[in-house]
Design a protein around this ligand. Structure first.
Ligand SMILES: [Zn+2]
Length: 279
């Protein structure tokens, strides 16, 4: 049996693969702790031999270094489970997982994945390999300095791009302006200038992120995923219309932009960790 998990700031999704089929589950990651969740599964299904986890945080060699949007009990999660149970556990950053899955889907060895959900993240595959950085933290686009805000990011800074271009950032801004919590589409279509301005700020921040990443990485394919983009495909049209003059023209030429076709790219990537784990 194999257990695959995708955990972000909102959901903890799991798929248990067993001979008779697959059991899928979706619970709140704010209510369920990852370690307790896995321990409970192992109690019910002691024959799990592999666990693959896509995690919305910084991961280095089986250890969770930081998790801006998720409560954390046991950072050395690989060692914790492998020393207590007869199984193998692999865990990687959710965007790294998504980029691996997108690269397999597009059969492309030059691909940038940019996902916008609770947070915003990116990962880059160059020549068929993930560009990881020395501690597996490359392309943390959500935490580059963008504009000063009165709020604090999950990483403790107050000027992160994620505070503008993410669902959690939008929520912080709506609360700051004492607005009801609205969806991106409701903000964008609102007649109220203050509300539609938040949607425009979001799109401009995402345009900045996209132009910066295309200029820095020179990919062949850019794939956008995550809840906010998948529910609002009009955002891609905005980006396509406005990238010129923002991204370096040499890098922009020939690049193709897509919305993800995968149901859950991060989860698909978790399933690739058995073969593609980071050593
Ligand atoms: Zn941050």
């Amino acid at each position: 049996m194999k257990l695959f998990i995708d955990i972000g700031g909102t959901h903890l999704r799991s798929e248990l693969q067993m001979p008779g089929g697959v059991i899928s589950e979706n619970v709140s990651s704010q209510e369920y702790d990852l370690v307790s969740f896995i321990e409970k599964k192992l109690e019910l299904y002691p024959f799990i031999t592999f666990i693959g986890i896509s995690y919305a945080g910084q991961i280095y060699k089986g250890e969770i270094l930081s998790a801006p949007n998720i409560a954390l009990k046991e950072p050395r999660i690989k060692e914790y489970f492998e020393s207590r149970y007869d199984l193998r556990l692999e865990i990687d950053n959710d965007l790294n997982c998504a980029a691996m899955a997108e690269s397999a889907y597009f059969k492309s060895d030059s691909l940038l994945a940019l996902y916008v959900g609770t947070g915003i993240g990116s990962a880059f595959i160059d020549n068929g390999r993930l560009v990881r950085g020395s501690k597996n933290m490359a392309f943390e686009i959500g935490h580059i300095p963008y504009k000063q805000t009165p709020f604090v990011c999950g990483c403790k800074k107050t000027n992160c791009l994620e505070l503008y271009a993410s669902a959690s950032g939008l929520e912080k801004r709506m609360k700051h302006f004492n607005m009801p919590i609205l969806s991106f589409a409701e903000l964008e279509n609102s007649q109220d200038e203050q509300k539609s301005a938040l949607a425009l700020d979001f799109k401009e921040a995402l345009l900045f992120a996209t132009a910066t990443l295309i200029t820095l990485t020179n990919p062949r394919i850019v794939v956008f995923g995550g809840g906010v983009i998948e529910h609002n495909p009009q955002i891609l049209e905005y980006l396509k219309k406005n990238l010129e003059g923002q991204a370096f023209s040499g890098s922009l030429h020939g690049v193709s932009l897509h919305i993800s076709s995968l149901e859950n790219g991060a989860m698909s990537g978790a399933k690739l960790l058995e073969e593609n784990s980071y050593e």
